[in-house]
Design a protein around this ligand. Structure first.
Ligand code: ADP
Length: 571
C-alpha cells in the first residue's frame, strides 16, 4: 500500500489515549503510515481541542479516565460541527466493541488486533469521507430520507433474513443474489445507495472479484458515490483474508454469524452518511445565505457609494457654481477697478494741465479786474460805455473761471491727488456735520432718519465721510425733488464697518448701476451735474480697500452701501 499519496497532504488524526506508552506506540505507527497525529490524554481535553480546527478522524481509546470513549463519541454527535467526524474506537473486550458501535463510533478495532488492520480501517474511514457525494442545494433536498441499503448475498435465506433485519432498522433495502443483479442494481439508480453489504464467501460468485467490481463502480460515481461497502465474512476471518478484502475495496468486514453486529454496523454507517449529507446541506444553505447576505451588503454598499458620489457631484456642482459666481463678481470688480484707475490717471493729467494755465488766467483776470477798477471815470460817453462793458465781461469771466476751478478741484480729488491723512473719526458726528452743510439742499421737504448701531469711531481719511457721504446724500436729495425720506444707518461686524444711505426716490435702474460710478456719467441737466460725485466716492472708498455698491431700498429707492474692512480702516 503506497504511503506517498497521503504524505502530500497528511490526514490529521486526533488520538485520545490516556496511556503514555500506548499513545507513543500508536503515534509512531500512524505517523509512519503518513498521518499527522495530535494526542489528547482525556476525552475532556479532546472535546476542548475539537473547539479549534477539526481533524479528519478521531481515534479514541474506549477506556479513558473520567469520560469514556463512548461518551466522547456521544458528545461529538450532539454538536453540529463534529457529529459527522469519523470516530474509530479502540476496544479491549468483546463487550466494548458493541458499546463503541452503539455510542455512534464508525468503526472499532480491538487493541489486541493486528496494527495493519488498524491502519486499513483508518484508511477506509478516510476514503469514505473523501468520496462523499455533493449535496443538492435545491429546497426539495432538505427533507428527511431513509437510508438505502443493497444486500448482495448468494443465499436466498440469509438475503431475506438480512433484508428483513435491516428493513426493521428503518432502511429501504434492495437485494441482489449475484454479480449481475448487483451491478445492475447499482447501475439502475436513480436513488443512490448509502450502504452495500456483500457476502464475500458466497459459493455462487467470486466475492472478492465482485467486491472489486462494486468498488470500481463506486469510484466511478455509480450507484451512489461514496456508499459504504461492508464485506461479510465467515466467523473469525484471518488477517490475510481481511487484508485482501480491504484491498478489494471493503470498508469494513463483519462476520456473517454476528447478524446483530452487522445490523449495528450498517446502522452506524448509514447514520453517519445521512449526518454528513445533512451537514453539507446546512453548510450549503449557510453558504447560500452568506452569499445572499454578502450580495445584499455589496449592493447596499454600491448604492451608498453611488449616493455619496451623487451627493459629492451635487456639492461639487454647487461649489463650482459658487466659485463661478465669485469669479464673475471678482472679475467685474477688477474690470471696474482697472477702469477707475486708468480714468484716475487721465483725469489727474487733465486736471494738472488745466490747473496751470487756469492759475495764471485767474491771476491775470484779477489784475485786469483790479486795473479796470482803478480807471478814473471817463468824461467821454463812448469811453465810459466801453469801460463799463469791459468791467462786466471781466466779472463774467471770473464766474466762468471759478467754475473751472471747482471742476479742477473735483478732478484732483477723484484722482486722489488730495487724499489726506487717516485719523480716528467719530462717525455720527461727521454725518451730522455733513447733514448740516447740506441743510440748504434738504430743506423741510426731506426727512432724515438715523440709526447709528455700528462702532462710533473708525479710522479713515476725512474724505471718506465728508466727500463720500456728502456726494451720496446730495444725490439722494436731487433724486427726491418733491420730498421724501433719507435713512442713514451704521452697522459693524468683526470684520467690517458699514454705512447704508437709502432714499425714497425713483431708484436706479439695473442697467445703470455699474455706469453711475464712472466719471462724467450723469443724467442731470447740462450745467447741474458733473458726473463726478460717485466716481470720487468710489475711488475714496477703494483707497480704504472698501466697497461702494448700490442696492434697491425697501421702498424701491436707491440704497448706497459703504463697506470698510476693519483692519484696513484701523491701519
Ligand atoms: P452727478 O450727481 O453729477 O450726476 P454722480 O456721479 O454723483 O454725478 O451721479 C451719477 C448719476 O447717478 C446721477 O446723474 C444719477 O442719474 C444717478 N444717481 C446717483 N444717486 C442717485 C440716487 N440716490 N437716486 C437716483 N439716481 C441717482
Amino acid at each position: 500500500m503506497s504511503e506517498a499519496a497521503v504524505l502530500d497532504d497528511p490526514a490529521r488524526i486526533l488520538l485520545v489515549e490516556d496511556s503514555e506508552t500506548q499513545a507513543l506506540e500508536l503515534r509512531l505507527l500512524l505517523e509512519a503510515s503518513g498521518f499527522s497525529v495530535e494526542r489528547c490524554p482525556t476525552a475532556e481535553a479532546a472535546l476542548d481541542r475539537l473547539n479549534g480546527s477539526l481533524p479528519d478522524l478521531v481515534v479514541a481509546d474506549y477506556h479513558l479516565p473520567g469520560m469514556n470513549g463512548d461518551e466522547l463519541t456521544r458528545q461529538m454527535r450532539l454538536s453540529l460541527r463534529t457529529r459527522a467526524l469519523p470516530v474509530l474506537m479502540l476496544t479491549g473486550a468483546r463487550d466494548g466493541e458493541r458499546q463503541g458501535l452503539e455510542s455512534g463510533a464508525d468503526a472499532y478495532v480491538a487493541k489486541s488486533d493486528d496494527r495493519d488492520l488498524l491502519v486499513l480501517r483508518i484508511r477506509a474511514l478516510l476514503r469514505e469521507r473523501k468520496a462523499a457525494p455533493p449535496v443538492s442545494e435545491a429546497p426539495g433536498a432538505a427533507g428527511f430520507r431513509r437510508g438505502r441499503v443493497l444486500v448482495i448475498d448468494g443465499s436466498a435465506t440469509y438475503r431475506t433474513f438480512l433484508a428483513g433485519l435491516l428493513g426493521q432498522e428503518g432502511h429501504a433495502v434492495a437485494v441482489a443474489e449475484g454479480a449481475e443483479a448487483a451491478l445492475a442494481a447499482l447501475d439502475a439508480g436513480p436513488e443512490p445507495f448509502d450502504c452495500v453489504t456483500l457476502d464475500l464467501l458466497s459459493p455462487s460468485y467470486d466475492g472478492l472479484a465482485l467486491c472489486r467490481a462494486v468498488d470500481e463502480r463506486r469510484g466511478a460515481g455509480v450507484g451512489g458515490a461514496g456508499f459504504h461497502l461492508v464485506g461479510i465474512s465467515g466467523s473469525a476471518p484471518g488477517k490475510d483474508f481481511l487484508v485482501r478484502a480491504y484491498a478489494a475495496g471493503a470498508d469494513d468486514v463483519v462476520a456473517k454469524a454476528d447478524a446483530e453486529v452487522l445490523a449495528l454496523r450498517v446502522r452506524g454507517l448509514v447514520r453517519r452518511r445521512l449526518l454528513e449529507e445533512d451537514d453539507r446541506r446546512i453548510a450549503g444553505a449557510f453558504g447560500a445565505r452568506e452569499r445572499a447576505v454578502e450580495r445584499a451588503r455589496a449592493e447596499a454598499e454600491a448604492a451608498a457609494a453611488r449616493a455619496r458620489l451623487a451627493d459629492a457631484l451635487e456639492q461639487a456642482n454647487a461649489d463650482l457654481a459658487t466659485a463661478n459666481r465669485r469669479l464673475t463678481e471678482a472679475q467685474a470688480k477688477l474690470v471696474q477697478a482697472a477702469k477707475m484707475a486708468s480714468l484716475g490717471e487721465l483725469v489727474a493729467g487733465i486736471a494738472h494741465e488745466i490747473n496751470n494755465p487756469l492759475a495764471f488766467i485767474l491771476a491775470h483776470q484779477g489784475t485786469v479786474e483790479r486795473l479796470l477798477g482803478e480807471m478814473p471815470p471817463q468824461p467821454e460817453e463812448k469811453s465810459a460805455r466801453v469801460l463799463a462793458k469791459a468791467r462786466d465781461r471781466v466779472g463774467t469771466m471770473r464766474m466762468g473761471l471759478t467754475r473751472i476751478q471747482d471742476l479742477v478741484l473735483n478732478l484732483r480729488k477723484f484722482s486722489r491727488l488730495d487724499e489726506g491723512e487717516r485719523a480716528l473719526v467719530n462717525v455720527p458726528e461727521a454725518i451730522e456735520t455733513v447733514l448740516a452743510l447740506l441743510q440748504h439742499k434738504l430743506g423741510a421737504r426731506i426727512a432724515v432718519e438715523r440709526d447709528f448701531a455700528g462702532r462710533p469711531e473708525i479710522r479713515c481719511t476725512p474724505a471718506l465721510l465728508n466727500q463720500v457721504v456728502m456726494n451720496i446724500l446730495a444725490n439722494a436729495a436731487d433724486a427726491m425733488p418733491e420730498g421724501g425720506t433719507i435713512r442713514i444707518g451704521t452697522r459693524s461686524t468683526e470684520e467690517t464697518d458699514e454705512i447704508r444711505i437709502s432714499d425714497t426716490g425713483p431708484g436706479i435702474p439695473e442697467p445703470l448701476r455699474e455706469k453711475i460710478f464712472e466719471p462724467f456719467f450723469t443724467t442731470k441737466p447740462v450745467g447741474s451735474g458733473t458726473g463726478l460725485g460717485l466716481a470720487i466716492a468710489y475711488s475714496v472708498v477703494q483707497a480704504h480697500s472698501g466697497m461702494l455698491s448700490v442696492e434697491t431700498a425697501p421702498g424701491g429707492g436707491a440704497c448706497f452701501v459703504i463697506g470698510i474692512p476693519r483692519q484696513a480702516a484701523s491701519a
